[in-house]
Every structure is written in C-alpha cells, then in structure tokens.
Design a protein. Structure first.
Length: 232
C-alpha cells in the first residue's frame, strides 16, 4: 500500500478504507470487507482458516505503489463522497432492482420445478428490493442532507439525527448484505446449471454484478462515510 499500515489491531474496513486495492485481496479470500468490516484481520482470517501472514504479504506488495486518486475515497470531502455514492451506487441500485426482480421471477417460474432454489432466490430478492428502496430514500432525503448540514454549519439537530440514524442504516446494510450472501450460497457463487437458458445466465450475471456493487457501496458508507460523519 502507499501508506505504511500496522495490521495488528486494525479492522478489515479500515484497511480497505486506507487503500481500496485491498478489497480485491479480501474478495478473492472470501472475506467480507463491507458488512464485516469491523472484524480484525486475524479474526476474519481465522473464520476462513487462512494464514493472516499470507494476506499481509499481499497487502504489503502495494505499499510502494501510489494509490489512484479515483480510488482515494478516504481522502474525499464528505459532500463529494455523498454525491459520488448517490450518483454511482444509488443510481445503479435503482436501475438494477426492477430488472433483477423481473428476471429472478421469470427464471423461477420457468425453471422452478427442477430448480426450487430459484423460488427462494426470487423471494429473497423481492425483500432486498423493498428494503433497499426504502433505505435509499431515507439516506437521500434525511441522512445525507444532515451530514452535509453538520459539515457546513455544525448543526446540533443534524448531529443528533446522524448519531441515531447511522446505526439503523448499518442494520439495513446487514440485511441486504446477508440476503445477497444467501443468494450467493444458494447459487454456488452464481454457477449456472447445464440446463440453464440464456435468461438464467443473464440473471446470475446481473446478480453477481449487483453483489459486487453492493459490497463497494456498503463499504463506502459503513467504513468511510458514517465514521467520518460521526467524528464531526
């Protein structure tokens, strides 16, 4: 990494916040860096039976390579980070939800007899859809404006609201992330069976893309935006 980091006592989320390139290492190792970002490196490795020294060596390979400014999320102003989250990740979610809702229901109706797990996937995604649409609305209409208000004029009312709402938002992230983890598990990491049609393949590809984006989205909020907002 470009910044020398002492890995003892630091959380997974803090490591990725310091250098986003670490996300790829954790993803490959199957370690959750967004909702599971509060775990220490040792604890996360122990859960996956991974030698933490191996990951630390991979992380240290980045230390003398400068971080791209496009990935220096931890250095961005809060207002800019909020606008980025809304314009990139929230818009992606809003665009993807109806499309994926349609496709998951479609393949469940066509292939559900021989692949009953598709029915569970469709039901899980409908819950994700309902939860995330409400979640995004609360963030864009209430929480994010409050964070901007505190950063600009140190509003006491906004400060109290941020403290109460960030815990609620984290819980909603846990639900969405957990539901996508379950879909990943059910599909064996989006493995299309031999009798899967083109719609089957497209659905699993879109679900995989949605999960990847959600991990980054939640990481930016849980591990960077919320802690900085609470520190104001």
């Amino acid at each position: 990494m470009s910044k020398n980091i002492e890995y003892n006592g630091i959380t997974i989320g803090e490591i990725v916040a310091a250098d986003f390139r670490a996300a790829g290492i954790f993803k490959k190792a199957g370690i959750d860096f967004c909702c599971g970002g509060k775990k220490s490196l040792d604890d996360a490795c122990n859960e996956k039976s991974i030698d933490p020294t191996l990951l630390v060596n991979q992380l240290k390979d980045f230390e003398n390579i400068p971080v791209s400014q496009t990935q220096s999320f931890n250095d961005w102003e809060l207002s800019f980070l909020i606008d980025y989250i809304v314009n990139i990740h929230h818009k992606f979610v809003v665009k993807s939800l109806p499309e994926l809702s349609f496709y998951t229901r479609k393949i469940a109706s066509v292939h559900g007899l021989h692949h009953p797990e598709l029915i569970e996937i469709a039901e899980l995604f409908e819950k994700i859809k309902v939860e995330l649409l409400q979640h995004l609305h609360k963030e864009e209409e209430l929480l994010f404006p409050s964070i901007k208000a505190v950063s600009m004029n140190n509003s006491d009312d906004a400060r109290l609201f941020i403290i109460s709402e960030t815990n609620r938002m984290r819980e909603e992230h846990e639900f969405a992330g957990g539901a996508m983890d379950k879909i990943n598990e059910i599909t064996s990491n989006y493995l299309v069976p031999e009798d899967g049609c083109n719609s089957y393949k497209v659905t699993f590809q879109l679900l995989h893309q949605f999960e990847d984006d959600l991990h980054i989205h939640v990481h930016l909020e849980n591990n960077i935006l919320y802690p900085k907002a609470l520190a104001l």
